[in-house]
Design a protein around this ligand. Sequence first.
Ligand code: TRP
Length: 453
Amino acid sequence: MQNSGRVNFGSKIGAILAAAGSAVGLGNIWRFPYEAGNHGGAAFILIYLVCVLLMGMPIMIAEFTVGRRAKASTGRAFSVLAPGTQWKWIGFLGVLAGLLILGYYLVVAGWTLEYILQTVVNGTVQQQPEDFVNAFQNFSKDPFRPVLWLLVFLLLTHYIVVKGVKDGIEKSSKIFMPVLFILIVVLAVCSISLPNAGKGLEFLLKPDFSKVNADVFLGAMGQAFFSLSLGMGCLSTYASYFGSDTQLGKTALSVGVIDSMVAILAGLIIFPAAFSVGIQPDAGPSLIFITLPNVFQQAFGGVPILATVFSLMFYVLLALAALTSTISLHEVVTAYLNERFNLKRSRAALFVTGFCIVTGILSSLSLGVWETKFFGLGFFDLLDFVTAKMMLPINGLLVCLFVGWYLKKSISREELTNGGVLRAPYYSTYMFLLRYVVPVAIFLIMINELGFI
Ligand code: TRP
């Protein structure tokens, strides 16, 4: 079922930047530092990088293979490649995971807008460390403001998704990604040069393996899936817009390297800064909203305007990083509704946006006025746990089995070599990881966490 009228990304670099735009997001700058902070720092980061290399890369190539081969969004790709089988459920699981992730991701994305506004209105006035904590808590528990911001963010996402693959997704990634990268490097350099930054660097670079337990493995694996946008067919949907000359292996490697670099750089911003002002890095999800404003103030204490400019740039770029990711999440579901039910793109997007308004509001309220707990977690934390630590790895496992065992080897080789044009000397290593190592590792990590071993 080749759909020749299908839109593609305009260039190879456009494809890489769009995929990297999906991968680089709040996962790198917000989630990675607090997960690393909660799990003891350097040892977590090492295990994380091993997960990226040995699990993330093979799964990413596998997702690319499925998407480009089927030329269909993930919700349909498995039915195209394996008609009449039960494999189609992988696609549905992915679409569902995407919707649930958007539900809480948008809340944090919305916070970035509030911080932009606050910086513009108030600048970075001299405050005590507790003031930053209080300001964040009052804001995030408020029933209205965060909801308003998440709606604004959702509308922006909606607008770009409706504009389409080339003019919306590709164009925005081409502008946002380079700017993001420059800024993050500048900020990391500033942070490392703060007094007492050494302790933070040590936390980041000197592993303490006595802290490693089952949780650390699950955390690192979940973070790898989340950060690389794997396990819900996001990159597989993007790969369906790849041209026939896009190199799958090279693109996966570029995305993996860019994503890991941004995560490490985010660590280099947060940890030296946190230790420098005496804040423990285990504050959880609020880490960058409490620590960083404090850092900006301290780092440029003498020159408030500089602090304001930097703070502004940081939150603007955080918002942009989040935006390229929310676009990708939204796109997966929109493309599915568009193809499966023949809905117009704009109408399909409207359904997705409508659903996210509900889940977004619920997640936001669960951090304040709505106190109901599910298995001991609020709605926001529940969505994060169920998606990153359950649905994404399970989906990743199924994709491995599909490409490793079900799909004909000739197909995966053809996709990897662009029909024999390229050499792919890593093919047998890739297949070995995909067939044996990754599925067994995911399985062991998951049953370990559930307490069976
Ligand atoms: N990877 C993005 C981030 O790091 C979030 C994201 C976008 C995502 N698309 C996804 C996570 C698909 C899991 C699956 O912020």
